[in-house]
Design a protein around this ligand. Structure first.
Ligand code: FAD
Length: 393
């Protein structure tokens, strides 16, 4: 006879681990199995993330998701309710600074800041003179306005978040197994079995797809399509001895790159102008991107970047939702016991506390209780109506 679990989660990085944690916290009797094919997480977006959290989103639901996220991250040990030996995630609240290059962009910033403040964020919009007074090492001649979050925005320990969720989920009874899901058996509107590479077939009351860049691959196993594809991002660590500003915010420049300090160095990346779907195994860096694209833009913003050295670089992949760059979360239409946590498009780490909690509420109680995530539901894929997140980095 095959093994039976109440819930099987495909993928055990931050989304899968958060879901396992919240499921076993919500219903301590639940038998939850997390199947993770690479427990080193060497290629998981979770491990390759820039690990930042912000309140500045264009959709109110994303602001609310991050408001919960930052509180959970700030008081991690207390939030988890377990002493898992991790303590603090070292949240560094330097803020985010978005720059707008046009009056239209500045007007949009003002509207969004009002919406974000209404939800409890502290976003303030500054004119170029105020920006220059606050950040004298940058120049703002080409800037119409900047929107800055003086609290609840910054960066933190990404692997601490993952390991904390894993340890707490385990303490609550979840089981993590190293194996690869290679097939899903379906009979009409239900999944009846999960095929494992090493371990035969198991049955599950519910299945959660938390497979990151392989989310679409997992949906195909059930005969379904989801518009999520791997997109490559090369991240550079830079030493700029004449521009050391450890208290700087995470800057999102309208000219097309983002950067934040990391100790004495900077972490910098851009969105490539040609940005195709890539193979989930393709981690070849675009090493010329810094010199060809990013450096001229950074130097134009801050003259202290006259002398720079690339210290190291890495490649991560976004699980990119091609419809609207927003998460796709909830019960999958047409399959009663399949749930998705996919398409986070570069902002999933900070969303993991709220997403895991939401999916646990759906699986155990059939509806969202603490925060309604239905705007992010998969139904919009059927209608083809995007729910656009404009503040994508
Ligand atoms: C360069 C970069 C910078 C980022 N910066 C930020 C940021 O600043 N802030 C932020 O909030 N987010 C950021 N993100 C996004 C964030 O890292 C991701 O959205 C989030 O980590 C997604 O988590 P996940 O668990 O869904 O996916 P992943 O971390 O990719 O994990 C998916 C897991 O599923 C496993 N898996 C896949 N298929 C199978 C299978 N068939 N069987 C078993 N296991 C399987 C994989 O091995 C993997 O461990 C960034 C991402 C990148 C790449």
């Amino acid at each position: 006879m095959s093994e039976t679990w109440d819930v099987v989660i495909v993928g055990g990085a931050v989304m899968g681990a958060s879901a396992a944690y919240w499921l076993t916290r919500t219903d301590p009797g639940l038998r939850v199995l997390v199947v993770e094919m690479d427990p080193s997480y060497a290629r998981a977006a979770t491990a390759l993330s820039v690990a930042s959290v912000r309140q500045q989103f264009s959709n109110p639901v994303n602001v609310a998701v991050s408001r919960f996220g930052v509180g959970f991250i700030r008081d991690f040990q207390a939030s988890l309710g377990h002493d898992v030996g991790i303590g603090s995630l070292g949240l560094k609240e330097n803020g985010y600074l978005f720059l707008a290059g046009t009056p239209e962009g500045a007007a949009l910033m003002t509207d969004l800041a009002t919406m974000q403040r209404g939800l409890g964020a502290a976003t303030e919009v500054l004119d170029p003179a105020a920006l220059a007074a606050k950040f004298p090492w940058m120049q703002f001649d080409d800037v119409a306005a900047g929107s800055f979050g003086p609290r609840d925005e910054g960066w933190f320990d990404n692997m601490g978040l993952l390991n904390g969720f894993r340890a707490a989920a385990r303490a609550q009874g979840a089981v993590f197994r190293t194996d690869r899901v290679t097939g899903l058996h379906r009979a009409g509107a239900r999944l009846t079995g999960v095929q494992l590479a090493a371990g035969g077939t198991i049955t599950a009351g519910a299945v959660i797809n938390a497979a990151g860049t392989r989310g679409a691959e997992v949906m195909r196993m059930a005969g379904e399509d989801i518009p999520v594809e791997p997109r490559k991002r090369t991240v550079f660590v830079i030493d700029a001895p004449n521009a050391r500003h450890a208290d700087a915010p995470l800057l999102i420049d309208h000219t097309g790159y983002y950067m934040r300090p990391e100790h004495n160095h900077w972490i910098i990346a851009t969105v490539p102008s040609i940005d195709p779907a890539v193979d989930p195994e393709d981690f070849e860096p675009d090493a010329d991107q810094f010199e060809d694209v990013i450096w001229p833009l950074v130097y134009a913003r801050a003259p202290g970047f006259d002398a720079v050295k690339v210290v190291r670089l890495w490649v991560g992949q976004y699980d990119y939702n091609t419809l609207d760059q927003n998460a796709i979360v909830g019960r999958w239409p047409g399959i009663d016991n399949l749930y998705v946590l996919n398409g986070f498009s570069g902002h999933g780490l900070q969303q993991s506390p709220a997403m895991g909690r939401g999916i646990a509420e759906l699986v155990t109680g059939g509806r969202y209780q603490s925060l309604d995530l239905s705007d992010l539901g998969a139904e919009r894929l059927r209608t083809g109506r995007p729910f656009l997140e404009a503040a994508i980095v």
